[in-house]
Design a protein around this ligand. Structure first.
Ligand code: AMP
Length: 173
């Protein structure tokens, strides 16, 4: 929806790994993903750095989905963006109760959506990803939206957060 409506490149690191299929990368990632663990930081940062070089990003900007997932990736991202002359404008935290998040994941039919892998992912989220909320807050970038509604409802909140940032940046210029 984001890509269609806002013309922003949607970069999902999980999707990049899934679509790597039978390649060396795909095979390496598969077992890690199915265990609900995180793929190595160096590899993930390299993938993102390469993707950000593509023309669609230069044209319309990008939304990173599922990255950064820990402070190491966040710091690396900052360095990558600086090197490219880009900046972070906004971080959107889509908040959902744990029960609802689990129910949704079990309904997706992904091979890494077993209850065991989901629980591991949630554990890692608490330990490694949640601290990033503070990191983004300190940079004045965090907006939290309610993710409990329908796709259309959540997208409305999501795009409002983006529009808000875009118009604030215009006023500042
Ligand atoms: P996702 O599609 O965001 O739910 O990601 C699916 C899986 O891909 C995760 O459980 C991780 O194993 C892996 N993955 C995706 N993004 C990252 C990331 N930024 N760092 C490490 N592993 C990741």
């Amino acid at each position: 929806m984001l890509n269609k409506h806002e013309n922003i490149a949607h970069i999902s690191t999980g999707e990049m790994l899934r679509s790597a299929g039978d390649t060396e990368l795909g095979k390496k990632a598969k077992s890690i993903m199915e265990a609900g663990e995180l793929v190595g930081d160096d590899l993930m940062c390299e993938l993102v750095a390469e993707r950000l070089l593509e023309a669609d990003v230069a044209e319309a900007g990008a939304a990173l989905d599922g990255f950064p997932r820990n402070p190491i990736q966040a710091e690396a991202l900052q360095g990558i963006l600086e090197g490219l002359g880009y900046s972070l404008n906004l971080a959107i935290n889509i908040e959902v109760e744990e029960d609802l998040a689990i129910k949704r994941m079990l309904g997706r039919g992904r091979s890494d959506d077993t209850l065991e892998a989901i629980q591991k992912r949630l554990e890692i989220y608490e330990e490694q990803t949640r601290p990033l909320l503070e990191w983004f807050t300190q940079k004045g970038l965090l907006v939290t939206i309610d993710g409990s509604g329908t796709e259309a409802e959540v997208y409305k909140l999501f795009s409002a957060a983006i529009d808000n940032t875009v118009s604030m940046e215009k006023t500042q210029k």
